[in-house]
Write a protein that binds this ligand. Structure first.
Ligand code: PLP
Length: 380
């Protein structure tokens, strides 16, 4: 079986990730941060070390700046709903995922004003257009680092600079780039970084996080037990407790840490080079194939390892079904939870089939997919 659906969730995971999850459940299964006995302390240590690791990975100033969540969507909701109030203005690109677009759509109903800056048909964003969209009451710029539909990398550094100069909060959705493209929150002027654990960081599903720059105040969207300041009914003000109510996913967090260690050991630059090689081979292979419509930049230098296409008039679900059932190749069809992005590239009606690669994919697998596409094209 060939798994090319890594933009949804990476699979397989490094062996150390499976081991960390099982080992934590079996040997350190107590509740971290709740009790003082040895097993609870061991569990708390696992969580703290994972926080340290992630803070270092994204160059955050302190482990306290890392809040664990269950996925990128929860982190994005926390950030968006935690900073925006009625009367605020927010800017996004037109390549956003529904995990950004839907919370904003909902907030519009309570008086948040939302402007979408249009990207071009390959998904590129001009930072000057973001500058032009700024209003006196702009509170937040929220932007994906790379599109989950076209792979297009957006100019995070340039927009971060603009946001910082104007004292506007800058939220980056790193769902497609965390673990894939180096991210330095300080150098890139990122105030809030939402990341999934289960994609490019090679952690288990049910993991993710939000980096919160020290001093950024976020109103929690949930309150509850934190294991700290239990005598007060008011939610603690300090991070990460303020945003981490309820028992954490300790086995998942241990697995996520193992994923990050794997990336550090491999070196993210080597991972990027490998994925660019696969993307380049795939793009070269389909460039001159008759009947294939290719979307996005078409240049691995400007994209993560995500390529979307359609074959003639074939429905995207039908193509994905053929690849799965006849060739044992797993890809994702449809609208990819990103209707704004589909509208931007002109596939709002039919969707597209997405091929997404990970460090575990090989050039031989790409060749097999290209052969499969040849056969499908020749039979239509
Ligand atoms: C760009 C983007 N943002 C947000 C998400 C949501 O991530 P999660 O499934 O971890 O909530 C995804 C998931 O595919 C994504 O691609």
């Amino acid at each position: 079986m060939i798994y090319f659906d890594n933009a949804a969730t990476t699979w397989p995971k490094p062996e150390a990730v499976y081991d960390a999850v099982v080992n934590t459940m079996k040997n350190y299964g107590a509740n971290p941060g709740r009790s003082g006995h040895r097993m609870a302390l061991s569990a708390a240590r696992i969580v703290y070390e994972s926080r340290e690791l992630l803070a270092d990975f994204f160059n955050a100033k302190s482990p306290r700046d890392i809040v664990f969540t269950s996925n990128a969507t929860e982190a994005l909701n926390m950030a968006i709903k935690g900073v925006l109030k009625p009367g605020d203005h927010v800017i996004t690109s037109s390549m956003e995922h529904n995990s950004v677009a839907r919370p904003l759509f909902a907030l519009q109903k309570i008086g948040v004003e939302w402007d979408v800056v249009k990207c071009d048909s390959r998904g590129f964003l001009d930072p000057e257009d973001v500058k032009k969209a700024i209003k006196p009451h702009t509170r937040l710029i929220a932007m994906t680092h790379a599109s989950n539909l076209t792979g297009t990398i957006l100019p995070v550094e340039e927009v971060g600079k603009i946001a910082r100069e104007r004292c506007i909060l800058f939220l980056v959705d790193a769902a497609q780039t965390a673990g894939i493209i180096p991210i330095d929150v300080q150098r890139m002027n990122i105030d809030l970084l939402a990341f999934p654990g289960h994609k490019g960081l090679y952690g288990p599903q049910g993991t993710g996080g939000l980096y919160v720059r020290e001093g950024v105040d976020i109103t929690p969207i949930k309150e509850g037990g934190t294991g700290s300041l239990s005598e007060h009914l008011e939610q603690p003000r300090m991070l990460p407790d303020r945003l981490e109510s309820g028992t954490l996913n300790t086995p998942g967090i241990a697995g996520l840490a193992a994923g990050v260690r794997f990336i550090k050991q491999k070196d993210i630059e080597n991972i990027r080079t490998h994925e660019q090689k696969l993307t380049s081979k795939f793009l070269e292979g389909i460039k001159y194939k008759k009947g294939i419509s290719l979307y996005g930049p078409g240049d691995p230098a400007h994209m993560c390892a995500v390529v979307s296409l359609n074959v003639m008039e074939l429905d995207s679900s039908e193509l994905a079904y053929l690849l799965d059932s006849k060739f044992d190749i797993q890809v994702r069809p449809g609208l990819h939870c990103s209707p704004l992005a589909h509208k931007t590239i002109g596939t709002g009606e039919r969707g597209a089939v997405r091929f997404s690669f990970s460090v575990f994919n090989t050039e031989d697998e790409v060749d097999e997919a290209l052969e499969a596409l040849d056969i499908i094209c020749s039979r239509i």
